[in-house]
Design a protein around this ligand. Sequence first.
Ligand SMILES: CC(C)(COP(=O)(O)OP(=O)(O)OC[C@H]1O[C@@H](n2cnc3c(N)ncnc32)[C@H](O)[C@@H]1OP(=O)(O)O)[C@@H](O)C(=O)NCCC(=O)NCCS
Length: 187
Amino acid sequence: MTIIQTSRLTLRSVTRDDAPDFARLCNDKTIARHTARIPHPYSLEDAAAFTKHLEEAALTGTEFAFAICLGEIMIGCCGADKNAENTAEIGYWVGADHRGIGVASEAARAITQFALQRLGVKTVTAGYFIDNPASGRVLEKIGFIKTGETAPLFSLGRGEEAAAVRMVLDQSSFTPGEFSLIDENDS
Ligand SMILES: CC(C)(COP(=O)(O)OP(=O)(O)OC[C@H]1O[C@@H](n2cnc3c(N)ncnc32)[C@H](O)[C@@H]1OP(=O)(O)O)[C@@H](O)C(=O)NCCC(=O)NCCS
């Protein structure tokens, strides 16, 4: 279990116990449309399979997903996947009741710092669908820049491909925020 504390948020490793919260928060067309692998509607069975996958992936050291929590309450999710080319890809979503107050920006900054610091990568990548400019703004504020590439990406929630803008951050252009890794063990 890894726990990251930022100024307002606690980010902690996703486990299969989070399935009911995933089902509650992710049964949301907006999240489905703006992510690649979240179907809509989203059932408890979908959530159980996905959280089990995330728990197992963390053990292999390739994919790290964090529940974004305000106090004890899960309000979103963010994660980083380590890629072969010594880069990591980040992603995030925030539940409908907690958007527009800087949660994604704070969590995305923290997961980027986690990738740079803990995964040892020098470059972090991300992408957003072209009809989701708020996510582009989140990334831009952290220091990501457009690669110039816009490529079609399949979204389960849309049931089709849509144009996605690719972004990249070099560690030299990252400004860290409040960040402490307050617990980490493999138990
Ligand atoms: C996109 C999403 C992550 C944003 O989360 P959030 O917590 O509301 O984001 P924040 O409050 O940290 O920041 C949003 C920024 O986008 C800006 N913004 C909002 N709507 C915008 C728009 N239509 N065009 C441009 N910028 C916009 C906000 O003003 C804010 O920037 P600011 O801090 O400079 O004012 C959230 O809406 C979400 O989870 N959507 C569904 C899933 C998703 O899109 N995930 C990202 C996949 S790449």
